[in-house]
Write a protein that binds this ligand. Structure first.
Ligand code: C5P
Length: 277
């Protein structure tokens, strides 16, 4: 039995303030993408976990493993299963890969064991695993509030093409939030809301992350100057920048030009938003 674990982008991410528990109060519009990892499960004598990406931990620090253990613990079930994760979404990228793997594992095990938990119950479990995990339980674009765990599904026009560009470094999420309050805007870099079919596109984490990783604002400015690109924004806490392509624009040509400009180490992926499943 298997299940897709889609990546996400943030169409809008506003940080409203720092909370006393160390988290930040958010208001963010997130949308799942067609780009996805895949989680699969089979019955086995004992628990095992295998991942196609050897650079990821295969022990209990992997969020998919933690999700499987939590699901079995809550249902008082033996974790007698072989879990496998096929990675396609880069990590440390602001694309929610690890969170989505965890949510897909909960959804998959709910089916596998025919456990009959509702999405609301799974979302509650998901919130114990990370702020972004409940979003992926709903399998829909959504407004997320609180530290991210209060999810309000919404519908969006999904016929737009998106180009993802990730340089060969990761941004640790805690460092982006920690630098948010004192961060300044770099001169000449556009941070303001950009018009789009989904409302204004803006990301308050660009300020702290751009200050530290100067390639990212350079990529944003470069993207905005390309004829194929209607808007460009960082996703989550980075390091992925995403471009909203104009209707009938050649995404492959833009991706090739971006690799020419920023180096062959740049990971690119042409994808689309994915609507309610
Ligand atoms: O919830 P999650 O484990 O994904 O969060 C990772 C880290 O990101 C937190 O420990 C915190 O430093 C930061 N964070 C935050 N505010 C949020 C979400 C995450 O400060 N709303």
């Amino acid at each position: 039995m298997n299940r897709a674990a889609p990546a996400k982008i943030n169409l809008s991410l506003r940080v409203l303030g720092r909370r006393t528990d160390g988290f930040h109060e958010l208001e963010t519009l997130m949308a799942p993408l067609a780009l996805a990892d895949e989680v699969s499960v089979e019955a086995a004598d004992a628990f095992s976990f295998a991942c196609s990406d050897p650079s990821l931990p295969a022990d209990d620090s992997n969020l998919a493993v933690r999700a499987a253990r939590l699901f079995c613990l809550r249902g008082r079930r033996e974790a007698s299963l072989a879990l496998r994760l096929e990675k396609r979404v880069p990590h440390g990228a602001g694309l929610g890969g690890g969170s989505s793997d965890a949510a897909a594992t909960l959804l998959l095990l709910n089916d596998f064991f025919q456990a009959g938990r509702t999405r609301a119950q799974l979302a509650e479990m998901a919130a114990e695993l990370g702020s972004d995990v409940p979003f992926f339980i709903w399998e829909s674009p959504a407004w997320c509030r609180g530290r991210g765990e209060i999810v309000e599904p919404t519908t969006l026009a999904t016929d737009a093409e998106i180009l993802l560009l990730k340089p060969p470094f990761a941004v640790p999420t805690p460092s982006a939030y920690a630098a948010w309050r004192d961060a300044r805007e770099l001169p000449g870099v556009p941070y303001g809301p950009q018009a789009s079919p989904w409302g204004p596109l803006v990301n308050d984490l660009e300020r702290p992350v751009f200050e530290k990783h100067l390639l990212l604002p350079a990529m944003k400015r470069w993207l905005l100057a390309q004829p194929e690109c209607e808007a460009a924004l960082m996703s989550g806490s980075g390091s992925t920048m995403w471009a909203l392509l104009r209707v009938a624009a050649d995404g492959a040509a833009l991706a090739a030009r971006a690799r020419g400009e920023f180096g062959d180490q740049l990971w690119t992926c042409a994808t689309r938003l994915s609507g309610r499943v």
